[in-house]
Design a protein around this ligand. Structure first.
Ligand SMILES: [Ca+2]
Ligand SMILES: [Ca+2]
Length: 104
């Protein structure tokens, strides 16, 4: 028969386990960024909800607080110990800055 796909190719096209369905997504300025799979479980419910990125300016932690795989909390920890965070409002699609602070 024509049109049959090899098994491995079909599985690759349709599999979801470990695929992008497990990734965290970041909405910003009307675009959606694939951040990759969560690497940390910050609320200990057994489901990964956060990942962090290191760069020259410090550490940025992306967290999905409600389990829909959309990041809704971003925390930036500067190399100098400063901390700032932004929360996402799904109703408005806007990020708003939370009160800045410092690590104790
Ligand atoms: Ca969790
Ligand atoms: Ca979310």
């Amino acid at each position: 028969m024509d049109g049959d796909l090899p098994d491995d190719e079909a599985a690759g096209a349709h599999g979801t386990a470990g695929g992008v369905g497990e990734h965290l997504w970041l909405s910003e300025s009307g675009r959606l960024w694939d951040l990759g799979p969560a690497t940390a479980d910050t609320d200990a419910d057994g489901v990964g909800d956060s990942l962090s990125r290191n760069d020259a300016a410090g550490l940025t932690v992306f967290t999905d607080t409600d389990g829909d795989h959309r990041v809704d909390l971003v925390t930036r920890i500067g190399a100098d110990g400063s901390v700032s965070s932004s929360t996402y409002d799904p109703d408005t699609g806007q990020w708003s800055a939370a009160r800045p602070g410092r690590l104790r």
